[in-house]
Design a protein around this ligand. Structure first.
Ligand SMILES: N[C@@H](CCC(=O)N[C@@H](CS(=O)(=O)O)C(=O)NCC(=O)O)C(=O)O
Length: 220
């Protein structure tokens, strides 16, 4: 099979975590950007979008949709989903937590300008009071380098993505979480991830007004 092909906007949105997992697995992929309503309508008309929605990833002869289903497939295929049912349960819990935080961050650019400050404060509050303390304690309790099974999993990768996105909102957000700071450094230095964090990689930049406007146009 050829390289996976990702169908989405040229934004982070729901596709960015999929880019992270593929990059961490060392898998090169292609991207077909949706740049107009016509692009999206064509995918729908061709019957490529099961629920008329994107993200959609063409991989191994399938056209996968639903972000979690895509992430689960990639994690399973590239051994990023844990070694047994209990590790998988821990990874699922930790990933659902980072996805809840990430969901708040993804929606921030779409909030009305006069709500952005309040919404940003709410994100930082959730990150520092609800989510980051959990992961800090997990690392403290087992004293290992990774969240689960003492080996890299999607839980570490998705947490790093969420940490970096939160730091874009408040640079010192990890000031009370020394173990998360150390995890960030460790995971960022894993060769495939280090490459993904370099300029010129498929990683998308923080959302800007122009990109958001373009994505919104596809839904009008
Ligand atoms: N549960 C789906 C939701 C996907 C979704 O809502 N996609 C939006 C685009 S985005 O919000 O991810 O940018 C979409 O295609 N909306 C079009 C529609 O719902 O008709 C998933 O997780 O993939």
């Amino acid at each position: 099979a050829g390289k996976p092909k990702l169908h989405y906007f040229k934004t982070r949105g729901r596709m960015e975590t999929i880019r992270w997992l593929l990059a961490a697995a060392g898998v090169e992929f292609e991207e077909q950007y949706i740049q107009s309503k016509a692009d999206l309508e064509k995918l729908k008309k061709d019957g490529f979008l099961l629920f008329q929605q994107v993200p959609m990833v063409e991989i191994d002869g399938m056209k996968l949709v639903q972000t979690r289903a895509i992430l689960n497939y990639i994690a399973e295929k590239y051994n990023l989903g844990g070694k047994d049912i209990k590790q998988r349960a821990l990874i699922d819990m930790y990933c659902e937590g980072t996805m809840d935080l990430n969901e708040m961050i993804i929606h921030l650019p779409f909030k009305p300008a006069d709500q952005k400050e309040k919404e940003t404060a709410a994100i930082i509050e959730k990150a520092t009071e609800r989510y980051f303390p959990v992961y800090e304690k997990v690392l403290k309790d087992h004293g290992q380098d990774f969240l689960v099974g003492n080996q890299l999993s999607r839980a570490d990768i998705q947490l790093l993505e969420a940490i970096l996105a939160t730091e874009e909102l408040k640079a010192d957000v990890l000031s009370k979480f020394p173990l998360l700071k150390a995890l960030k450094t460790r995971i960022s230095n894993i060769p495939n991830i280090k490459t993904f964090l370099q300029p010129g990689s498929p990683r998308k930049s923080p959302p800007d007004e122009k990109m958001i406007a373009e994505a919104m146009k596809a839904f009008q």
